[in-house]
Design a protein around this ligand. Structure first.
Ligand SMILES: Nc1ncnc2c1ncn2[C@@H]1O[C@H](COP(=O)(O)OP(=O)(O)OP(=O)(O)O)[C@@H](O)[C@H]1O
Length: 768
């Protein structure tokens, strides 16, 4: 059966991805000693326990610091720990021994331990590690005087994704109706797997919008989302107000109106905490309704991961639970628990660490108190959640225990084109209707296993750094399948913008003949797509499966000068993307902070939307950092041109915070940072494309780096990556690159260079 074939294929790809992640982590750990790991930001050595507390979910919170007895500087060295990262605590031997005396660790090689310690709070000088009370190592632990914390591969996400797919498989394998005639799986699930056709409710001919400033394409998308019974996709190209539109959809669905007779309960998810918080902030900023209560909103997720905005923090489940009437009862138990735990770990006031029978008795007491605390806490959490009409969380966190058994009418997934399909299934089980928002023409989710089998030989020390940095969100992107040597682009494109799937023909799909109700006429069923890689997102797959009728595209962009938007609109959005008049002609010269010293400067620099420094013929060749082909690349001469252009803009009053430099290569980021940071400070943003998705700047400079005799362009070929890079600029886009190399990369690159030659202010790139 094709649906189960589809799930099996997904499970297989997911298991390869898990292996790639675990392989990479263990590779790094096997190759590096503690000192090197600390230098790489993956370990914090020489820590001592500052205190022990109890947090939400009864987790034991171990607060670690750099004791002044061992360190002259007590602030933590630069590291990559973020709240939510998995960690292990182990003894820090001054002289390395074969094995630590005791460690509380997250996972073994199979990565299946479900009670993993996580970093829960990170500040300049302290890190708090949360350990689940059921963690086996915690039942009677003695924390060593000097510890180290190691960052580990996260396998909870994989467990949840696999769990969701297995649940799905179980539902597909069971009969449609139970013995008592109750449907075993929702219509939504059937539609998503091509077992039933999507349907539409009554056509919405007119309606009242909360936000009257919505443009026509946004209004159409809102109506479409309301009409769709099971699933609707909202395609939001850069700067088209995707979030704006989602907010209106949320307001409509949660209110009683002529087109929405019942106020619905919503689960709002995003691929990242950032996207969830973006929606949360905008919901909290809405004016109070003229009648009726304010929308009750709860954010699931650790407060440390939620943006530090007071309103947002107040919306977290933790804060709300803490402020509820029942919270005092939980607190009493926790205080008692903390006191005993501190005594047990030798941190208790004055008292000696108990031993023997006394110690055993105290642990029994801890167990009882934990049980009691858990019971009371569950009550508080469930009261808060039952009272929330809108719950927000990442897709991954929606699979946590807090939302266990919680049901919703609609789940909305923002940034759905950056989320693996499997992670989307985690919240989907909780709702009857799904709204996906995203842009399949921007970066897909990062998939490690595309690199193939992970082996020790494959990674040189230099490439370790790159691979590592890419996970940390600031490294070179990994090659996509159609960038592999000899990859055939046409073979990788079975559907609209999709590089990674093959379609199971409709005729082969059991049940396909049953399709075709009148309501579904506008959908054409094209078969279920079998993914070749995990890059194929659910959004794209649905578009391939049901055709364009499954989505509505937002077509007016509010970011870029018309000239900047012209090429992306033509090549990526079928010339459908238009520019709102409010930004169509905006230029740097109109910024209040710029200084127009001469009309010539104003015209040539501040009045030019697109500049192209072509280095063809200058012999500004790229350089490979590291000693293998896996290394990252940089281009020193290009970096000098970028430096000069930034200096020119800043001299004219453009603020460094209004400028971003984007380059596909991490080595170029490092080079540019070393050249520019000291002069322009941290406000000048310098990064890879991945870090800039979803963001914008008044002026953007793109350094293409590639310049070589072999005309190799590497992952510059990836259209979606370039599309993101060139659509970040509001008023000014400057491209620095070697046309003689870059134009040979792909048709898209060639077209872009032709477009730049014809439309940009092309400048001589030679340096004096
Ligand atoms: N109907 C509208 N009228 C005026 N401004 C709008 C409208 N819709 C969106 N905007 C503006 O466009 C900008 C982008 O909007 P928003 O952040 O909602 O877009 P997005 O599509 O989520 O962004 P991204 O490109 O980062 O995904 C914002 O400054 C927003 O105020």
């Amino acid at each position: 059966m094709s649906a189960s074939l589809f799930i099996d294929k997904h499970l297989d790809l997911l298991s390869k991805e898990r292996d790639a992640e675990i392989g990479r982590t263990s590779l790094i750990f096997s190759k590096c000693g503690p000192k090197l790991l600390e230098q790489k930001g993956l370990a914090l050595n020489g820590l001592g326990v500052a205190s022990i507390g109890v947090g939400l979910g009864n987790k034991t919170l171990i607060e670690l610091e750099r004791p002044s007895a061992y360190h002259t500087v007590t602030t933590l060295p630069p590291h990559t720990f973020r709240p939510g990262d998995l960690a292990s605590i182990e003894e820090n031997h001054v002289v390395p021994t074969r094995q630590s005396r005791k460690s509380i660790k997250s996972t073994d090689a199979s990565g299946r331990d479900k009670t993993m310690p996580t970093a829960s709070q990170v500040s300049d000088s302290r890190i708090v590690i949360a350990v689940d009370p059921s963690h086996s190592d915690l039942s009677d632990f003695e924390l060593p005087e000097r510890c180290r914390v190691l960052k580990l591969a996260n396998s909870i996400t994989y467990d949840r994704m696999e769990g969701a797919l297995r649940q799905l498989k179980g539902l597909i394998g069971s009969p449609t109706l139970s013995e008592t005639g109750v449907p075993m799986r929702s219509r939504l699930i059937e539609v998503l797997l091509g077992l039933a056709m999507p349907s539409r409710g009554p056509t919405v001919h007119s309606m009242t919008f909360f936000d009257n400033s919505l443009n026509d394409s946004q209004k159409t998308a809102v109506m479409f989302a309301l009409e769709s019974v099971e699933v609707a996709c909202i395609h939001g190209p850069p700067g088209t107000g995707k979030t704006h539109t989602l907010i209106e959809i949320i307001r409509q669905l949660t209110s009683i109106t002529p087109v929405n007779p019942t106020a619905l309960r919503l689960l709002i998810c995003g691929a990242s905490n950032l996207s969830v918080d973006n929606i949360l902030e905008r919901l909290l900023a809405l004016p109070a309704p003229s009648h009726g209560p304010r929308l009750r909103v709860t954010r699931i997720g650790h407060p440390a991961r939620v943006i530090a905005h007071e309103g947002a923090l107040n919306a977290t489940l933790e804060t709300q639970a803490d402020r509820s009437d029942q919270a005092a009862l939980v607190r009493d138990v926790k205080v008692e628990l903390e006191t005993i735990l501190n005594v047990l770990s030798g941190k208790g006031k004055g008292a000696k660490t108990p031993r023997g029978l006394e110690r055993k008795k105290m642990w029994e007491e801890v167990r009882e108190l934990r049980k009691e605390s858990r019971r009371r806490e569950r009550g508080v959490v469930s009261t808060v959640l039952q009272g929330s009409q809108v719950v927000l969380s990442t897709c991954h966190s929606s699979g946590g225990h807090q939302l266990h058994n919680q049901e919703f009418d609609v789940v909305i997934i923002d940034e759905a084109t950056q989320a693996l399909e499997a992670v989307c299934w985690i919240p989907i089980f909780k709702a009857k209707k799904l709204i996906l928002a995203g842009d399949p023409k921007q970066l897909p989710p990062t998939v490690l296993s595309l690199r193939g089998h992970v082996s020790l030989d494959q990674y040189s020390p230099a490439s370790n750094v790159d691979v590592l940095t890419s996970t940390l969100g600031n490294g070179d992107p990994l090659p996509r399948p159609n960038e592999a040597p000899g990859a055939d682009d046409s073979e990788n494109e079975p559907g609209p913008g999709n590089p990674s799937g093959s379609v199971i023909e409709a005729d082969n799909v059991p049940g396909a003949r049953a399709f075709g109700s009148e309501a579904a006429q506008s959908f054409c069923y094209r078969g279920l797509t079998l993914p070749r890689t995990l890059e194929l997102t659910m959004f794209e797959r649905l578009e391939i499966m049901y055709g364009p009728a499954i989505k509505k595209m937002l077509t007016v962009q509010y970011r870029m000068h018309t000239k900047i938007a012209e090429f992306p609109s033509k090549t990526m959005y079928g010339s459908m993307l238009t520019t709102h008049p409010s930004v169509a002609t905006h230029l740097l010269r109109q910024l209040p902070n710029v200084v127009v010293s001469s009309e010539e400067d104003a015209q040539e620099i501040l009045g030019t939307p697109v500049v192209f420094f072509d280095t063809a013929g200058c012999e500004y060749f790229e350089r490979l950092e590291g000693d293998s082909d896996e290394g990252s690349r940089c281009n020193e001469n290009e970096a000098t041109i970028v430096k000069q252009w930034v200096a020119t803009l800043v001299a004219m009053g453009v603020n460094p915070s209004q400028i971003a430099i984007i380059t596909p290569y991490q080595a170029q980021v490092s080079l540019l940072t070393s050249l520019l940071r000291s002069t322009h400070g941290p406000e000048l943003e310098i990064g890879t494309v991945d870090g800039m998705q979803g963001r914008e700047k008044e002026a953007v400079i793109i350094s293409l780096v590639r310049s070589n005799d072999k005309r190799e362009v590497g992952f510059l070929k990836e259209e979606r990556r370039l599309n993101v890079a060139m659509t970040r600029a509001r008023r000014h886009l400057c491209v620095v690159g070697d046309s003689s190399t870059v134009q040979h990369g792909s048709k898209y690159l060639k077209d872009w260079l032709i477009w730049l030659e014809e439309n940009a202010d092309v400048r001589y790139a030679g340096l004096d």
